[in-house]
Write a protein that binds this ligand. Structure first.
Ligand code: NAD
Ligand code: ZN
Ligand code: ZN
Length: 409
């Protein structure tokens, strides 16, 4: 079968690989009808999420049809249409049973303290082969896979595999209450759904910060007040727009690949921090492999964390859902402590939110398709990765059609 395979930092290929087989009684094999490219995949290829094993199939977002189940999977059968949560969890341990699926004690073969188990990630996360493939083996399928009701399309539900639950959890961690002012840093797919989630939680005003025009425009279409960090200093702008108070809630939907401003009012301040930024970049991405404008790590890993603690109101809540590797160790703790901030963060407990989000899509409250801007066959996956990496205008979220290779073959 065809799959996107990680060969090294800056080196991914569309390879022919062996089809997966059932290995354990609670496994299922799923034929993917949809997959997607995520900002998290970019961290791995840019080298800001280290420890990838060569030969790992990438991708952690998927929708498909169950082909085969192990004999301990009693709630599914071949032919069922399912959405696959990005993180893998056993459903039995105390963490899973309290909804902390991303902290499952059993799913990660490296042990309970090795970190979140997920598809297509670094060696420390399993590694498990990912979902940018024609078929995938899904461990703990009985708890992981969620059946899709009739009437919901792949274009809608693919965004419920990772992005929508992640953004919902980000808004939940931010403790948004009616009337709160919320700032969302990053207008990628996660940022867009964070805006949608904050709206559903009755936020009063929502600010969206990025520098990509088409992404800011999408945020504005959702009703957010937009700030381009290369045109104005986002901290000054947020303070100014809130009568000097700052925002009650901040969501970091950027993570380690953050950039500092290169133009505008914030650029001068950023240039003073250039040595610190370079040092942090070296710590999080000791190895990079850039080629033809692709796979450049962000040039200021802690930029959003700094802005967030400056722009937030006293006693506000900061929710960090953007990914940081363990090698990222810079956070303005003094500023946060002295403002009595609440900090909440983490990897998404996908399985906890997916059924509820399916209902929101069914009822029309949430429209994931607004964020899906590209649908590409697997045969164009490498070009799609490059366009998404360089933030081409209009490219917000890319759905892949793995079975399209079959038709083409
Ligand atoms: N915690 C989880 O479980 C989880 C799950 C999925 C994704 N994520 C993470 O969420 C983050 C966003 O994912 P995505 O798919 O939307 O990524 P993306 O790469 O498409 O979007 C990131 C956006 O941040 C913007 N940006 C860069 N520097 C900025 C700055 N200083 N201020 C404001 N915006 C800035 C970029 O222009 C880009 O539009 C990534 O770090 C991803 O790994 C986390
Ligand atoms: Zn993802
Ligand atoms: Zn568990």
């Amino acid at each position: 079968m065809k799959a996107v395979v990680f060969h090294g930092i800056g080196d991914i290929r569309l390879d022919n690989v062996a089809e997966p087989k059932i290995q354990k009684p609670n496994d299922a094999i799923v034929r993917l009808t949809a997959s997607a490219i995520c900002g998290t995949d970019l961290h791995m290829i840019r080298g800001t999420m280290p420890g990838m094993k060569s030969g790992t199939i990438l991708g952690h977002e998927g929708v498909g049809i169950v082909e085969e189940v192990g004999n301990a999977v009693r709630n599914l059968q071949p032919g069922d249409r399912v959405v696959i949560p990005s993180t893998i969890a056993c459903g039995n341990c105390s963490y899973c049973r309290s909804g902390y699926y991303a902290q499952c004690d059993k799913a990660n073969p490296n042990g309970p303290d090795a970190g979140t188990a997920f598809f297509g990630g670094p060696a420390s996360s399993g590694p498990f082969d990912g979902l940018q493939a024609e078929y995938a083996r899904i461990p703990f399928a009985n708890i992981g896979l969620v059946k899709i009701p009739d009437g919901i399309s792949d274009d809608q539900v693919i965004l419920l595999s990772d992005i929508a639950p992640t953004a919902w959890m980000a808004a939940e961690l931010a403790e948004i209450c009616s009337g709160n002012t919320v700032a969302v840093f990053g207008c990628g797919p996660v940022g867009q759904f964070a805006i949608a989630s904050a709206k559903l939680m009755n936020a009063g005003r929502i600010f969206a910060i990025d520098t990509i025009k088409s992404r800011l425009q999408m945020a504005q279409e959702q009703g957010a007040e937009i700030i381009d960090f290369n045109a104005e200093d986002p901290v000054e702008a947020l303070k100014g727009f809130t009568g000097g108070i700052g925002v009650d809630r901040v969501i970091d939907a950027v993570g380690v690949d953050a950039n500092h401003p290169h133009h505008g009012a914030g650029a001068k301040k950023a240039s003073l921090k250039a040595p610190k930024n370079r040092m942090e970049q070296k710590m999080v991405a000791p190895k990079t492999n850039t080629a033809n404008g692709n796979w450049h790590p962000g040039d200021a890993p802690s930029q959003v964390l700094t802005w967030a603690t400056e722009a937030i109101a006293k006693a506000g809540t900061l929710s960090i859902i953007g990914v940081y590797p363990e090698t990222a160790q810079s956070f303005p703790i003094g500023a946060a402590m002295n403002k009595n901030l609440t900090l909440k963060m983490g990897n998404c407990n996908h399985r906890k939110y997916i059924p509820m989000l399916i209902e929101k899509v069914q009822s029309g409250v949430l429209d994931p398709e607004k964020v899906l801007t590209q649908v590409e066959p697997m045969t164009s996956v490498l070009d799609a990765y490059k366009a998404f990496d360089t933030r081409q205008p209009g490219w917000v979220k890319v759905k892949l059609e793995p079975s399209a290779t079959r038709v083409a073959a």
